[in-house]
Design a protein around this ligand. Structure first.
Ligand SMILES: [Zn+2]
Length: 301
């Protein structure tokens, strides 16, 4: 086959399947897929690191496993799902990533076999090197279900005759869980902590691009959060932004020892904002050298 024919064949495949996803082997870049329960979960836990990967040309995809259609005090259903999909699409533009919202009702996600297959297919189709999600212990049932589903897909993504309609992965990806504050049965352990000081403005812009959830307060908000006058609006926007700035700073404080370990004492002490991840025992277990390849942000320290 000539090169030109190969290009035409690739174009024909793209026309059939919507897009061509180059494998890591083809372009040498990492492929990362992240599962959040709602259209704001990946954004709050990974936007900084995602922006850093994307800036280096790595391929990042956020998947919201539910459509978020009950996540507001004033509106619900299809219109809210559409609004929230538009919000995460705006975030994806800010971060330079791909995003997808699955059409499953908010508040009703269960770790079913059908959903396990869906998650497995998405990981395989993305040819993921890294998969992220919630831990299976969390206050929200949808978060717990995502944690269970991602855990259930780990390893199985490599088994050829599970979901044989979708080509399996040769290698088990590295599976990571997001930071949380829950303690039972065990607190989250931060195996990897990434400084996001250089992209914190992008992460705060992502927060601003999700007004249904933060500015307006989401499911537990109310009209008192949404002032009509300009001064009130500006005050509310600042309140939200600074609240999240403190939250992103609290991760750096919480995992200061790990930051010192990963960046060296001097740089580690200077970090203001961070994102933290726990390595799952059920995915591939990266050693220190591989962690630095998967998270190429730590420099020579
Ligand atoms: Zn959520």
């Amino acid at each position: 086959m000539t090169k030109a024919t190969g290009v035409i064949a690739a174009a024909a495949i793209a026309a059939l399947f919507g897009s061509v996803i180059p494998s890591a082997a083809q372009d040498g870049k990492l492929r990362i897929i992240a599962f959040g329960a709602h259209p704001d979960d990946n954004e709050l836990r990974l936007a900084g690191t995602a922006a850093k990967w994307a800036a280096l040309g790595h391929h990042v995809k956020f998947v919201s496993v539910t459509n978020g259609d009950i996540g507001h005090w004033r509106e619900a259903g299809g219109p809210l799902a559409k609004r929230r999909t538009a919000e995460v699409e705006a975030v994806a533009k800010i971060l330079g990533i791909t995003t997808q919202v699955l059409d499953i009702h908010d508040g009703e996600l269960e770790p079913t076999m059908e959903n396990r297959r869906t998650i497995t297919r998405l990981i395989r189709d993305w040819k993921a090197d890294i998969v992220l999600g919630h831990r299976p212990n969390d206050y929200h049932p949808d978060h717990r279900a995502v944690g269970q589903l991602v855990q259930d897909a780990s390893y199985m993504v490599t088994v050829p005759f599970f979901c044989p309609d979708t080509p399996h992965l040769e290698r088990n990806p590295v599976f990571l869980s997001y930071e949380d504050r829950f303690t039972r049965p065990a607190p989250m352990r931060a195996h990897i902590v990434v400084a996001i000081d250089d992209v914190v403005d992008k992460k705060l812009a992502a927060v601003e691009a999700l007004p249904s959830q933060f500015y307006e307060g989401g499911a537990n908000g109310g009209p008192e959060l949404v002032p009509n006058d300009e001064a009130g609006k500006a005050k509310r926007a600042t309140e939200v932004r600074e609240g999240f700035r403190r939250r992103f700073a609290s991760s750096a404080q919480r995992f200061r020892d790990k930051l010192r370990e990963m960046y060296g004492a001097q740089r580690g002490d200077a970090v203001q904002y961070a994102e933290a991840f726990e390595i799952s025992e059920y995915g591939r277990r990266p050693n220190a050298e591989e962690i630095r390849k998967l998270f190429p942000f730590f420099g020579g320290s």
